[in-house]
Ligand binder design. Structure first.
Ligand code: EPZ
Length: 418
């Protein structure tokens, strides 16, 4: 069993370079299917999800190579249309390959991605948009068979600004004739990064980051070399560590513009923040101020992925915070583990209230999902005594060298296997 062994209770102090964005590089890797020429993706984080995405590309007929920093994809002979079920199960966000496979080969088969620890994770918004754009859909035996007969360019309104559905439509339409307008799309920075990558390949996409994206299909896309944006959720994780433990951290390769609301909250909690270009300095001491209400919303609202991280940082706050989780129906599984560390968190449906306590103590805890697991590390580092965290594989889906990174900041974190 692999475990993170943490001895907490001491302030952190150190510097760290932030990895490339997982949630940006995954759709960008899918989009490499849209050209027969080679693409080079720089600042590509070495994560289990990225390795799974590269395996999917290989299964579809691409030649791929990855040195831990730069991923190279040659989709010259990528005639595949079926994502292997084993890979679908390993990474549910493989659904974002649908748009690119359809855009390239006009048909696609995937196993229904199924739910995860955060909730049912339906894909109805993706499929409704595809159907409106002329894709015929047949679901049988847990598989979804898609076939694009006649593309129907038009205006599509998403009933919810789904990140994955927005990305799928952008990739499907890039090579389709005519103009497609996407109303109420997701506005996350990762959507803008995908637009920039598509345009770097010669696509004609405008409006990403706003409430309306316009895609004019082109006949062909060419290969390109592209560098992925920094991971704002990972940056927020390490920034939060200065608050959950006290101390000061200096993060480089950060885009503060992508974290405005989060940084404002850290300041309200009493942290000192300084930005210089792509460097972010965070210093905090003692118990943070509580924030009365934290409500997760689609970007530019407070990101759901930062909710477990902020909750960890508020466990020893001077006061109480109410969290409303509006994006996922089951995203408080970390709360029970925080209780084991001495935190005071009460969950009621999609709301949770945190009453700050004076101290936390070490315990054995389990990480059931990626960001909840990161939150457990933050809480354990701010707890007196020893904590052992199981479920490390969940955390490694999104954090490159998580043990080394926290050790660079002065955290006593050791990965053991027994
Ligand atoms: C992306 O997931 C991210 N993953 C998630 O990050 C992130 O939490 C989420 O966006 C919200 O920001 C990647 O980018 C790989 P959604 P995605 O479609 O695209 C419902 C992490 O920790 N919905 O915006 O799956 C859905 O059930 C991960 O890095 C439908 O009902 O998110 C959820 O409640 C976790 N029908 C909400 O919308 C649909 O067809 C948000 O989903 C699609 C979504």
């Amino acid at each position: 069993m692999r475990r993170l062994n943490i001895s907490g209770g001491r302030p952190l102090r150190g510097e760290l370079k932030i990895q490339g964005s997982k949630n940006s590089v995954l759709p960008i890797l899918a989009a490499t299917l849209l050209t027969e020429e080679p693409c080079e993706i720089r600042n590509c984080p070495d994560l289990t999800d990225v390795r799974a995405a590269l395996e999917i590309l290989e299964a579809l007929g691409c030649r791929v190579s990855f040195d831990g920093q730069i991923a190279r994809v040659d989709a010259g002979s990528a005639a595949g249309t079926k994502i292997p079920d084993e890979l679908m199960r390993r990474m549910r966000s493989s659904v974002m390959f649908l748009g690119a496979i359809l855009g390239r080969n006009r048909s696609a088969q995937i196993g229904h991605p199924g739910g995860c620890e955060l909730g049912a994770r339906p894909i109805d918004i993706h499929l409704r948009a595809f159907s409106r754009l002329g894709v015929s859909l047949l679901e049988n035996g847990g598989y979804i068979h898609c076939h694009l007969r006649q593309y129907l360019p038009q205006t599509i309104t998403l009933i919810f600004p789904s990140v994955g559905a927005t990305e799928n439509v952008m990739m499907l339409c890039a090579l389709m004739p005519g103009e497609t307008v996407l109303v109420n799309p997701a506005r996350e920075p990762e959507i803008v990064d995908l637009q920039n990558f598509l345009n770097c390949m010669g696509a004609d996409v405008m409006g990403a980051g706003s409430d309306c994206i316009r895609i004019r299909g082109v006949k062909k896309l060419h290969g390109c070399s592209y560098s992925v944006i920094p991971d704002r959720i990972v940056a927020a994780t390490y920034a939060c560590s200065a608050v959950s433990c006290g101390g000061e951290v200096l993060l480089s390769h950060v885009e503060p513009e992508h974290m405005r609301l989060f940084l404002a909250m850290l300041q309200d909690m009493g942290a000192q923040i300084r930005e210089e270009g792509d460097r972010l300095w965070v210093k905090a001491k003692g118990r943070p101020n509580a924030i009365p209400l934290v409500k997760t919303l689609p970007y530019p609202g407070f990101p759901t992925d930062m909710q477990p991280l902020l909750m960890a940082a508020l466990l020893k706050s001077r006061g109480s915070t109410v969290f409303h989780e509006t994006i996922f129906e089951n995203r408080f599984r970390h709360a029970g583990e925080f209780l084991r560390l001495g935190g005071d968190v009460q969950v009621e449906g999609v709301s949770a209230i945190v009453h700050g306590v004076n101290r936390l103590h070490g315990a054995d805890v389990y990480a059931s999902d990626l960001r909840g697991g990161a939150g457990l590390i933050l809480a354990a580092l701010g707890a007196d005594g020893k904590t052992r965290i199981e479920g490390v594989e969940h955390i490694e889906r999104g954090y490159v060298s998580v043990t080394e990174c926290f050790r660079k900041l002065g955290g006593d974190v050791i990965l053991t296997e027994d």
